[in-house]
Design a protein around this ligand. Structure first.
Ligand code: PRP
Length: 179
């Protein structure tokens, strides 16, 4: 895998520092209010596992998964592959946790589905925010890092299903995804 990496953007130490910083903001917000963390699969599961262990607040954990069909370049139709139960959502304060906010389509779609299902509030926490790529209006309430428009892998982020297990976040060599 290392041969496919152009450069490391965030080391394990950087990730830990960013994660602690954002966890403090999240913990301060939910101090007196239990929340349900909805981790967005698959990429968001590593960040979720790490951040919830830094949140000394009462919370419950659930998951959501979204697939995109159709033209991959413009973004096809989104559909829900997995969604929390009604009981986990209704009247709850939801914290959506994902690895990256890119075009914003996934999180906008999920937030709307959660509100429709009766969530009292939906906030969002992402490790990476790539505002240059946004195609829908969506801002994260909590974010660890803002990045430029580069293709990144590692720490949950994949290319064609691989590289999620890299402990750091790296820029992939363009030849790899041009192949
Ligand atoms: C990635 C990432 C976010 C989403 C962000 O997931 O984990 O969920 O894309 O992109 P967007 O802001 O443009 O919607 P992906 O759909 O690749 O699924 P995965 O997590 O299973 O890799």
């Amino acid at each position: 895998m290392a041969k496919d990496i152009e450069r490391i953007l965030f080391t394990e130490t950087d990730i830990r520092a960013g994660l602690s910083r954002v966890a403090q903001e999240v913990a301060a917000y939910y101090r007196d209010a239990p929340c349900t963390v909805v981790s967005v699969l698959k990429g968001g599961c590593l960040f979720t596992a790490d951040i919830i262990r830094q949140l000394p607040v009462p919370l419950r954990l659930s998951f959501a998964a979204v697939s995109s069909y159709g033209d991959g370049t413009t973004g096809g139709r989104l559909s829900l592959d997995y969604f929390p139960t009604d009981q986990e959502i209704r009247e709850q304060r939801i914290l959506l946790v994902d690895d990256i906010l890119d075009t914003g389509r996934t999180l906008a779609f999920l937030r709307s589905a959660l509100l429709k299902q009766g969530a009292r509030e939906v906030k969002t926490c992402v490790l990476l925010d790539k505002p240059a790529r946004r195609t829908v209006t969506y801002e994260a309430d909590f974010r660890a890092f803002v990045i430029e428009d580069v293709f990144v892998v590692g720490y949950g982020l994949d290319f064609a299903g691989s590289y999620r297990n890299l402990p750091y976040i790296a820029v992939l060599r363009p030849e790899v995804y041009a192949e």
